[in-house]
Ligand binder design. Structure first.
Ligand SMILES: [Zn+2]
Length: 201
């Protein structure tokens, strides 16, 4: 395959990238200096070697220890656990500085086509609840995007968590609709995220 076509088809695998955008990336790289291309190659290679998944919150991080800097931070509030869809949403909440508890990245949202959540780490979350409860957990906050997939995920996860939450005496809440409908957490401003957390129920 022609190298330019090959690169373009690789970019097309990225989420939200179509042939036109993929081709624009290729054109950009053609105009870039060899050092810019080298930097990109090194950064992509480092993602494979220097990054690993935290066994507690499931997010990917580049820390030296297995457990990430958030889960390992003794100043975080162990009473609240925010369940988020993706690493990107976790990063958005961290940037906003509104939440001081711990996280669990469930790994996506329920697909509306199948209404199934087989792709989600629901079992891992369930398995971790007894230990989290022993450590002081009181409330699980479902922090999913304010769109149909996020709502479906909220219902799905709540259904699966409810029986064990009842046994362990944990409250399950979800974010209030301070978030405008359709908004992704990653695009919400800190004030909006703050009010969504404050109005959770
Ligand atoms: Zn972690």
């Amino acid at each position: 395959m022609d190298p330019l076509e090959r690169l373009s088809s690789l970019f097309e695998r990225f989420p939200g990238i179509g042939p036109r955008q993929a081709n624009r990336f290729v054109q950009f790289l053609l105009r870039s200096s060899p050092s810019v291309r080298r930097e990109l190659i090194d950064a992509i290679a480092a993602v494979g070697s220097g990054v690993h998944q935290c066994p507690q919150c499931m997010r990917f991080h580049a820390g030296a220890a297995k457990i990430c800097g958030i889960c390992d931070n003794p100043r975080r509030d162990v009473r609240t656990l925010a369940v988020v869809a993706t690493d990107t949403d976790l990063a958005a909440l961290e940037r906003s500085g509104t939440f001081r508890g711990s996280y669990f990245v469930i790994g996506g949202t329920v697909s509306l086509a199948s209404e199934k959540g087989d792709n989600l780490r629901t079992l891992q979350l369930l398995d971790s609840l007894a230990a989290r409860s022993d450590a002081g957990l009181e409330e699980i906050i479902l922090a999913f995007p304010a769109n149909p997939e996020g709502d479906a995920t909220c219902i799905f996860v709540r259904e699966h968590l409810s029986p064990i939450a009842e046994v362990l005496n944990l409250t399950i809440t979800s974010l209030g609709r301070g978030l405008s409908t359709g908004s992704e957490l990653e695009y919400a401003d800190p004030e909006t995220l703050k009010s969504a957390f404050e109005s959770r129920r």
